[in-house]
Design a protein around this ligand. Structure first.
Ligand SMILES: CCCCCCCCCCC/C=C/C(=O)SCCNC(=O)CCNC(=O)[C@H](O)C(C)(C)COP(=O)(O)OP(=O)(O)OC[C@H]1O[C@@H](n2cnc3c(N)ncnc32)[C@H](O)[C@@H]1OP(=O)(O)O
Length: 298
């Protein structure tokens, strides 16, 4: 959080526009942030409304917005651009696809790859979490579909979660169902929202909650009809933006800094831990079985 606060206060918006090709139009128009990265297929669509200072970030990586290394890299770059843009005060995170917010970490990134690949992948997951959980912007997740594991983590990083009121949509940290373990910072993020007891049970069982259940335990803040998710997110954003930025940001930092610092202090160790865990034969087997089942379910 502190790092982001420094970025925000030291980088003028003019520099951002020059460096990253941000094109500004009239007051009522939407801005499109174009990524210059050669490997980017534009898995993330960002639209910043200059008049409201609110950006909508739509995840658009078919078929299910799984969080691949490329996706995570593009996500973090897009987020950083918004973070240092003084014209942007709020972010609505949502999916371009109906029914799926995000399928979580891309399982194929954790299967049959080299230790170097796993380390780079895990670093990208950490960076996504550090940037989103530590954002100075008001962040609202407009959860318009299912959101297991890493997808749930993304939503939990936001300040407020609005979910489509459809019992078929599910959200939760289901890692144990894959035979893997949610790391301590996933766990801490959940504890900060629903408390220790609910988190312990959820994590042990790898529990996925339907939208109404998630609302009941406080994992999501508001349920609205599917076609009202975006408009409600915009309305809630207006309320949050009525609070002076400096006071809200300091309060957010006060609440989240201890959780963030815990990972920052042991980022390398956490990567090593992940690599040695994921390269175990038994874990590779579990993930492969899970992936095969996913592919066979049709
Ligand atoms: C001692 C402690 C040490 C700790 C060290 C750390 C340990 C590791 C921690 C790792 C943390 C992991 C976090 C994760 O996020 S793991 C991913 C969990 N995600 C899931 O379980 C979701 C699985 N997917 C689904 O449930 C459904 O696909 C979904 C509900 C999202 C959508 O259903 P739908 O019916 O619409 O679509 P399909 O199931 O047909 O899927 C379409 C294709 O997409 C593929 N797919 C789906 N999800 C993933 C994924 N997460 N990764 C990769 N690919 C995915 C699916 O196989 C289909 O592919 P095909 O079209 O080729 O068949």
């Amino acid at each position: 959080m502190a790092a982001l606060a420094v970025l925000r206060s030291s980088a003028p918006a003019r520099l951002l526009s020059g460096s990253f090709s941000v094109h500004r139009g009239g007051l009522a128009s939407w801005q499109h942030y174009q990524s210059r990265r050669p490997f980017s297929n534009n898995k993330i669509l960002v639209e910043l409304n200059e008049s409201t200072g609110v950006a909508v970030m739509k995840m658009k990586s078919p078929p299910v917005n799984s969080l691949s290394l490329d996706f995570l890299t593009e996500f973090s770059i897009s987020l950083e651009k918004l973070e240092i843009d003084r014209g942007c005060r709020g972010l609505i995170l949502t999916s371009a696809f109906p029914k799926i917010f995000s399928a979580g970490l891309d399982i194929t990134e954790m299967c049959g790859k080299s230790a170097e690949h796993y380390a780079a992948f895990w670093k990208a997951v950490q960076e996504m979490w550090l940037k989103l959980y530590g954002s100075n912007m008001v962040t609202i997740a407009a959860v318009n579909g299912s959101s297991p594991a890493g997808g749930c983590l993304m939503a939990m990083c936001c300040d407020y979660r609005i979910m489509a009121d459809n019992p078929k949509f599910a959200i939760g940290l289901n890692e144990t169902q894959l035979g893997i373990v949610a790391p301590f910072w996933f766990k801490d993020t959940m504890i900060n929202i629903v408390g220790n007891r609910v988190t312990e049970q959820s994590l042990q069982l790898g529990q996925m909650y339907s939208a109404p259940e998630a609302h009941k335990i406080g994992l999501v803040d508001l349920l609205v009809p599917e076609d009202k998710v975006q408009s409600t997110a915009a309305a809630v954003m207006t309320q949050w933006l009525s609070i002076p930025d400096h006071a809200r940001q300091l309060t957010k930092s006060m609440m989240r800094k201890p959780t963030i610092d815990r990972l920052v202090k042991q980022q390398e160790a956490d990567i090593n831990n992940f690599v040695s865990f994921i390269t175990r034969d038994s874990i590779q087997k579990s993930l492969q079985v899970y992936l095969d089942r996913l592919k066979q379910k049709k």
